[in-house]
Write a protein of this length. Sequence first.
Length: 429
Amino acid sequence: MFKKIKSKQTKISLIGLGYVGLPIALEFAKKYSVIGFDIKDDRIEKMKNNIDPSNELSSDKFEGCDIVFTSNPENLKEASFHIVAVPTPIDDYNHPDLKPVISASKTVGKILKKGDYVVYESTVYPGCTEEDCVPILEKESGLTYKKDFKVGFSPERINPGDKKHTLTNIVKITSGCDEESAKVIGDVYESIITAGIHRASSIKVAEAAKIIENTQRDINIAFMNELSIIFNRMDINTFEVLEAAGTKWNFLKFFPGLVGGHCIGVDPYYLTYKAKKLGYHAQIITSGRFINDSMGGYIAKQIVKRMISSGKVIQDCKVLVMGVTFKEDVSDIRNSKVVNIINELNSYHVNVEVADLNASIEEVKEEYGFSLSNKINSNYDAVVVAVSHKEYLQLNEQYFKSILTKKGLLVDLKGIYRNKIKNLDYWSL
C-alpha cells in the first residue's frame, strides 16, 4: 500500500476538510496524490481558490500540492487510503452525536474496494471505531473487515490558532487492526510527521489515549474554576495565587476560565457515556464537567451582583461582551461558553452588545440567534473581555474609561489587565 501511495499509483482521500482534515490533506499532497472531500459545496469552492474556510491556513499552503477538492463521493473511488476527519460533537443532552462519523463511514463504505485502508482521526470513545464504524463499512461495501480491508485510528492533535504546535511537529499516535495495518499506517503518517509517531498497540488504546488528553485538561481547569469561586469569596485574586504557587517546580500551571470548543468541552462526555454503558459512573469527570459548564452562569451572576451593588438598576444596564469565539485568535464559535454568559445576562433583561472581529456575523446569527455589533459604542455599565484576542491585549485603562459609565465595571476573564487597572471597578476570575 505504501509503495503504491509513494509512486502515486493510488491516492489518499481526506473525508472532512475542517480545521483537522484540510491541514492533513495539504501536508500529504506535498508528497502524494490526494482527494479532499467535503459535503459542503461552498467550502469546496473556497478551497479550490486556495482559501481555508476555517481561516487557519494562508493561501500559500495550497501551492505545489497534488490535490483535488470535491463534494462528489464517486471521486473517492480513485483512492485506496481513506482518512476520516469529521467532527464528533455532542447533542443537547450531552450524549455523543455520531451522525457525522456514521455518515462518513457510509460514504466510504459505498466506494470501498478490496485492499483499501480506512483510518479514523475523529475523537471517539474507546471501541467506537470497531464497534460502530466497521460494521457500517462492511454493510455498505459487502467486504469483510481485516480480510478485505484494513482499519486504523490516528487521533488528531491539531490545536486551532496555535502557530507553534502544528501538524508536523506534534508526535502522532497511530494504530491498526492488525500487525500489517499498524505498520503501513504508521509508515504513511511517519513520512510527513517530523516529530515522529507513537505506535499504539491497538485501535482501542489509541482511542483511549486521545479521549483522556482532553479529559485530563478539563478536570484540571475545573479545579482552577472551583478555586476561583472559593477565592472570590475570600476577595483573593486567583491569578495572583497561581502565580505564587507556580514558583514551585512541580506545580501544574492551569488557569480558570470558560471551557468550550469542540474538544475539551466535548470529549469528556464521550468517555462518561462509554463508562455508563459499562455500568460505571465517572464521578470526577462528571463533576469537572458540571463545574466548567456552570462557569458562564456563575460569571454572569457575579456581574449582575456587582452592578446592583454599585447602585445601578439592572434592567437599565448596558453590557458589552468582547469576544465570542471559543478561544483566542480563532474564528471558530462552536460550543462557545461565552454564549452562556450572554444568555444569563439576557435573563436579567440586561441590554447586551457583543463584539468580535474574528467571528463571522452570519455564523453567530445562525448558530446563536444574536447579532454582533459593527462598532463599539460607549456608556456601558460593564465591559466583559471574555476572549483574549491579540487585538484586546494592547487596550489600556484609559480606553475602558472612555466607553464605561461612571462606576462602570471591567470584567477581565483571562486576567490580561491584572495590575494595569488602578481606577476602575475591576473583577476577574
